[in-house]
Design a protein around this ligand. Structure first.
Ligand code: ZN
Length: 352
């Protein structure tokens, strides 16, 4: 390009330089809202009065109400920290689509969305907490890192931890709120705190102020994740280190196959107490074994799910054979953390 004179050229160059510099400055500024501040959106799952989006409803609990209680407790706890601005997708009982929740998060400049939920299962046999994160790139990395922190907090409340997981559907991430947030450049985790239809979790839920405790745990995990300091100076996570997760190059698919190994042997049988000592070996390369259950009638009926120590592949336990039976056929079922199970070989025990 030719300038009319040297002077005009210098002016144009300076103007360009200033505009480039100021746009860089503005870009930095706008992407950080207020510098050093993170923006968190809490999304209380479900809601609305037309009866279509109550979430799980069991034992006098309604998911849409619990999620709001936990979210309120989480917000007030998180606001005790410096450097964080907290928004909620809803503060009352009304319907919001998953897309609207993500749109709102985008509008307020969310750095992370935490979607608050409670669980239930069709057979009412599962219990514990699980965290769902995105299956792609940085969203996976961030989601998984937060999930590990969240699990530690929930575990400290006595809840069994099922794991941090991804689930992929035909459109990408299976869960709509995660998919809609990721489409807008925002990491999002779903926290399924516990089951409303299982006694093991209900004993916690029925205890006083448990929803408040859950909200405080969620907020603490967020404060740890963003390395926040409390306003009163009593809590300082700024120097905290936690497990980091590698950014995956491709999509992190979920496990779709049942456990690789589930086999048993009877180590001993005591006819006086009718106790059989069973040794179970259960393994799955893709996902951890988290529950096991046994049957003494060849697999017709199973006992409630027991917790599996996932640091060991082989464990032993006692099974009491009901009195009045002259023989028993033991079968053990092992579940991975995608709730897929495998039945063991059967072993007959003569009890006479
Ligand atoms: Zn839900």
């Amino acid at each position: 390009m030719g300038f009319k004179n040297k002077f005009t050229g210098v002016i144009i160059t300076l103007t360009l330089l200033i505009s480039v510099l100021s746009s860089l400055y503005l870009f930095d500024f706008s992407s950080m809202a207020a510098p050093g501040t993170v923006t968190v959106v809490i999304d209380p799952g479900h809601g609305g009065n037309d009866g279509t989006n109550l979430g799980a409803v069991y034992n006098g609990y309604m998911e849409k109400e619990l999620t709001l209680k936990v979210a309120n407790a989480m917000k007030s706890e998180l606001e005790k920290y410096d450097g964080v601005t907290v928004y909620m997708t809803r503060t009352s009982d009304h319907f919001l689509s998953l897309e609207d929740r993500a749109k709102y998060a985008k509008e307020v400049g969310a750095d992370f969305v935490f979607s608050i939920h409670f669980n239930a299962s069709s057979e009412h046999n599962f219990y514990g907490s699980e965290v769902w994160c995105s299956s792609v790139g940085d969203y996976y990395k961030k989601g998984y890192e937060f999930g590990l922190l969240e699990q530690n907090e929930l575990s400290a409340l006595g809840l069994y931890q099922k794991g941090v997981k991804t689930k992929v559907g035909t459109k990408g991430d299976y869960y709509g709120v995660i998919r809609q947030c990721v489409a807008r450049g925002i990491p999002c985790d779903i926290i399924e705190h516990c089951y409303l239809d299982h006694g093991y979790d209900l004993q916690h839920l029925n205890s006083k102020d448990f929803t408040t405790a859950l909200g405080i745990s969620d907020a603490t995990a967020v404060a740890k994740y963003f390395k926040l300091k409390s306003k009163d100076g009593k809590t300082d996570f700024s120097k905290l280190t936690y497990t980091t997760v590698k950014k995956p190059s491709g999509v992190v698919f979920h496990d779709t196959t049942d456990p690789d190994t589930c086999s048993i042997q009877v180590l001993a049988y005591d006819s006086a107490s009718r106790n059989a000592l069973i040794e179970l070996t259960a393994k799955d390369k893709q996902s951890p074994i988290i529950y096991f259950s046994y049957s003494h009638d060849g697999g017709n009926t199973f006992c409630p799910l027991g917790m599996w120590d996932r640091t060991k592949d082989t464990q032993s336990f006692n099974i009491k054979i009901p009195s009045g039976k002259s023989s028993a056929n033991i079968v053990v079922r092992a579940y991975n953390n995608y709730e897929l199970f495998k039945d063991s070989n059967g072993v007959a025990i003569e009890t006479r």
